[in-house]
Ligand binder design. Sequence first.
Ligand SMILES: [Fe+2]
Ligand SMILES: [Fe+2]
Length: 428
Amino acid sequence: MTLKSASRKGESESKEAQSDVDICAKILATMEKLSHIKDVHALLDAVLLEARQMTRADAGSIYLIENNVLNFSYIHNDTLFGASGVNRYLYASQTLAVDNHSLAGYVALTGEPLIIEDAYQLPAGMPFTFNDTFDQRSGYRTQSILAAPLVTSNNKMVGVMEIINPLNKDGQPSAFTPDDLLLLNYFADNAAAAIERAMMTREIILRMIKMCELRDPKETGVHANRVGAYAAEVYHQWSLQQGIADDDIKRRKDLLRIAAMLHDLGKVAISDLILKKPAKLDSEEFRTMQYHTILGARLFQNQESDLDVLSAEIALNHHEKWDGTGYPGKIDDIYQDQLPLGAGKQGEEIPIAGRIVALADVYDALVNQRVYKSPWSEKTTLSYIKDQSGKHFDPEVVDAFLAIYDVIAAIREKYQEEGSSSLPAASH
Ligand SMILES: [Fe+2]
Ligand SMILES: [Fe+2]
C-alpha cells in the first residue's frame, strides 16, 4: 500500500467514523425528543417518522403486542395520505398472531429483522405469504419491506415496525440496503423502551378510568378511548383549518388525547345514588352532578405539567356550551368552599379543548346505548349536531368534526366492546 492510498484509506475511515458519530448523535437527539412524548399514538407517529427519514421510506406501520397478539397500531403512507393530514387508516382494526403466517408475526416470533426486496416475489423458503388486501383496496404497490422487532433492553418484545418502499433520488421505490437494516435495528431497540413507557402510561390511565367506571358504568375504557381519539383528530383537523404549524399540532395533540380521556374523572367524587340512579335526576341531584367538572379539575391541582393544566381545563369546561347555557360557568377560584356555580362561559371564553371534548363526549353518548336511552341512528345524530352548531357547539369545531367523519366512524369501529372491523390495515 502506498503512502498516498494509506492516507486516503485513513481519510475514508475517519469519514465513516464521523458519519457513524453523526448517526449516533442523531439517534440520541431523536431519543431525547421521544422521551417528551406521553401518548402512545403520538410516540408511534414520531418513531415512524424518524425511521422513515433515516431510510427514505415512503410508508410504514407499527404493530404492538397486546395480550399476546400483534395489534395494528399506526401507519404512515406519504403517497396515499400525505404527511400532515388526518386519516382513517390510523384506526384500522387488525390483529395478527405471533406465528409464521404473516411477516410481522414471523419477525415477532423469531426476533430477527428482515429485508424483503419485493413483497410479491418472496424468497423461496419464507414460511409466510404477503397479504395484499391493503394494496388491493388502496391501490398502493408495496415493493420493498424492512421489518424490525421492537425489543427493549430487558428483552421484552413490544411490537414490530415495518417500513416500506425506500425512494431513490427520482422518487421511485428502490430496495433497502444492509446499512438501512443495521440503522433501523439500532433505532428500533431504542424506540422500544420509549414505546413500553408510553404503553405503561396508557395502562395507568385506563386503570384510573376503570376506577371511575366502578362508580359510573357509562365511563368505560372504550368510551374514554373513543372520546380521546375523536378529540385528538378533531383538534388536528381544526388546527389545520386554523393554519397552526405542524409541530405545534403534534405537541398539543399528544397531550389532548390523554387529557380528553380523563374528562369525567371528577365523577369518582359524586355519590353512587346519583350516578347509578336509573331515572332522570331531580334538580338538586343534577346540581350536585354538575360539580363533577370542578371536582375533576381539582384532581390536577398541582398543575406541574402541561398535561395537568390541559386535563384540568377539559374537566372544568367539557359541559360549557357555545351559547352560554352550559355549566359550571365562570368561577373565580375553584378551590373555595361552598362554591356557587357561575353564569355559563360563552363562545371563545371556553378553551378550545373544552369546546372539542364537549362535542366528542355528546356524540359518543348519542350513538351508543345508555341506561336511559337506546342508540340514536347516524342520521338523527348528525342532524342534531348540525342543528346544535352555534348553540351547544362551536361551529368551527362542528365543521372540523364533519370534515373528518370517516375518521370518526373508524374510531367508533375500533374501540368497541365486541365486534370486528372491515377496514383493512397494512397487514404484511
Ligand atoms: Fe362530564
Ligand atoms: Fe363522558
